[in-house]
Design a protein around this ligand. Structure first.
Ligand SMILES: [Cu+2]
Length: 571
């Protein structure tokens, strides 16, 4: 009897935090910058909870504009999800909003602002939930490794520049010199044809990322400040890696230390040991490393476009430094990367600006209206099915998470197909229906969209509570898009069936098709968007409405009531 009571009282632990959002400063190796802060710091403080806990987080807004915090990847009543205009009206200047929810999961997550560009200005931090039970892996100590891409430029200004000229930040455009070099190497006809192809798509072939000028950070520290984690040789160290960047993917490795991936997006996966991993914007990976030598190791996270890197150190003593690897050359997209070389086009017989000699046998159901800036008259269309197939045939894509980074010294690179859930998903079954979503954009006018329709002009996607919906993402652009669904898991289908991993962010590489299954198990209104902040802001966003059988969208189980307290904080 006594022990039952004791257990009951222990199971209603509460984790509470008070967070104050304000303007403040961050300090880099070359001086201070103005930033948005939480409790005076950026990144924001690490929040730690226990699975099953009732959470209460009071957030006070001391800015002169509306704000909102979103708990990324957390299952909760939609009213607590923190998206202005969908979950709630936002937190007005001077107001305090109290978020309340009960944690039904564990793992490594993060939180960030979901209001204009405030995340990019500093409102991001880790959110860690310890599991109720024992974890299926052992480690001696743990560190959070939170990656970020700081911009000195105000984000509103960046977006305005992109809207004026989409390649504003692209300093890697092929030049006349490149043309001469390619012509010497491949012959004039090949070199010109390649340029014709790219020109026709109105995109530069180095559009792997569309914004530059970032300072890459680990836990708020730049490469000179060199954030350092200590270990004793032989210890097993868990790194909770979070990509909190607004726009940047990272190719991360620790030369000399294989990384055993044990969690992806907060969910345990069957351990897989790799030498390098690509982390898309807003994804998390937990890895365990075991440095055995009494020396410093460098954690090296190159931005995918190779314009820079984030760097940290694992060392037995403070002040030590490991060797920092050479940065690799930027990788240019090829037509093969876009999955087009195999799509049935006979490039040999093109001429005079007309694309002729296409192998129409390999193409059908032409629909390229959404394809960015294509010349419809000369390009007779593309079969996106063939394009997806070509992507699947391309070794880079077969590798999984997009255009995989080049291996270093033959090392193993993590790919999506490696991710198998530690435990089979409950209720796994064939989907009830499929919704295809084309990822579309227009680089010339810098707007991004689904199916060519911007958020401001789009109807919500409606799901029925209890159904299982397959989303097929067909990327018709030349950029990677990290797709993020709020409130429900996406089961990434890489052919592992019941062991398809649960993800809150799934990267869809250029020209690639990716499928995920979504169990619609949370009634309410949810955000569904590309997590690249400028893509989201320019229209790559949808509302998903999950309705109960009676049409209601009010959560009817386990929801916590919430309160809204208005008070005027002193300035
Ligand atoms: Cu995007």
């Amino acid at each position: 009897m006594l022990s039952t009571l004791l257990l009951c009282s222990l199971s209603v632990q509460a984790g509470s935090y008070e967070l104050v959002i304000d303007e403040g400063e961050v300090e880099f190796s070359d001086g201070k910058r103005t930033a948005l802060t939480i409790n005076g710091q950026s990144p924001a403080p690490e929040l730690r909870f226990k699975e099953g806990e009732e959470v209460e987080i009071k957030v006070t807004n001391r800015l002169e504009r509306m704000t909102a915090l979103h708990w990324h990847g957390i299952l909760l009543p939609y009213t607590q999800d923190g998206v202005p205009g969908i979950s709630f009206p936002g937190i007005q200047p001077g107001e305090t909003f109290t978020y309340r929810f009960t944690l039904k999961q564990s793992g490594t997550y993060w939180y960030h602002a979901h209001a204009d560009f405030q995340e990019q200005e500093g409102l991001y931090g880790p959110l860690i939930i310890e599991p109720k039970g024992r974890e299926p892996y052992r480690y001696d100590r743990e560190y959070t490794v939170l990656l970020f891409d700081w911009q000195d430029e105000k984000p509103e200004r960046t977006l305005a520049n992109l809207k004026k000229q989409a390649d504003y930040y692209n300093d890697q455009q092929p030049t006349l010199g490149d043309l001469l070099r390619d012509a010497r190497r491949d012959g004039w006809s090949a070199a010109l044809k390649d340029r014709w192809d790219w020109g026709d798509m109105r995109m530069a072939r180095s559009d792997i990322a569309d914004v530059s000028g970032f300072r890459f950070l680990v836990n708020g520290r730049d490469t000179e400040q060199n954030w350092t984690a200590l270990f004793k040789p032989g210890e097993r160290v868990r790194l909770r890696i979070i990509n909190g960047a607004g726009m940047s993917y990272f190719d991360l490795r620790i030369p000399g230390l294989p990384m055993t991936v044990v969690q992806a997006d907060g969910n345990d996966v069957q351990p897989v040991t790799v030498d390098q991993l690509r982390i898309a914007v807003a994804e998390t990976y937990d890895v365990i490393v075991q440095p055995r030598e009494d020396k410093a190791y460098t954690l090296f996270a190159e931005s995918m476009d190779r314009r820079g890197y984030a760097r940290a150190t694992l060392a037995p003593r403070a002040g030590m430094q490991g060797e920092v690897p050479e940065q690799r050359a930027p990788r240019l997209l090829s037509m093969a990367d876009m999955g087009m070389a195999h799509a049935g086009m006979d490039h040999g017989s093109m001429g005079g600006g007309e694309m002729t000699g296409m192998d129409h046998g390999a193409m059908s159901a032409m629909d390229h209206s959404a394809m960015t800036g294509m010349d419809h008259s000369s390009m007779a269309g593309m079969d996106h099915g063939a394009m997806g197939q070509a992507a699947a045939n391309n070794p880079d894509y077969a590798a999984g998470s997009g255009i995989a980074p080049e291996p270093v010294d033959g090392g193993r690179v993590l790919v999506y197909g490696d991710l198998k859930a530690m435990r089979p998903a409950a209720g796994y079954r064939a989907p009830d229906r499929t919704i295809e979503l084309k990822l579309t954009g227009n680089m010339e006018r810098y707007f991004w969209s689904f199916d060519g329709v911007k958020y401001s002009e789009a109807e919500p996607i409606r799901l029925k509570y209890g159904e299982r919906v397959r989303f097929r993402f067909v990327n018709q652009t030349m950029m990677n898009h990290p797709m993020h669904l709020h409130g429900m898991w996406m089961q990434l289908d890489k052919g592992n069936g019941q062991l398809n991993p649960l993800k809150h962010v799934v990267n869809v590489a250029p020209g690639q098709t990716i499928e995920v299954d979504v169990p619609a198990d949370a009634v309410g209104e949810w955000a569904f968007h590309c997590h690249l902040i400028y893509h989201m802001a320019s229209g790559m966003f949808r509302k998903v409405v999950v309705e109960a059988a009676d049409g209601s969208t009010q959560p009817f189980y386990g929801e916590q009531s919430f309160s809204r307290e208005s008070q005027h904080a002193q300035h």
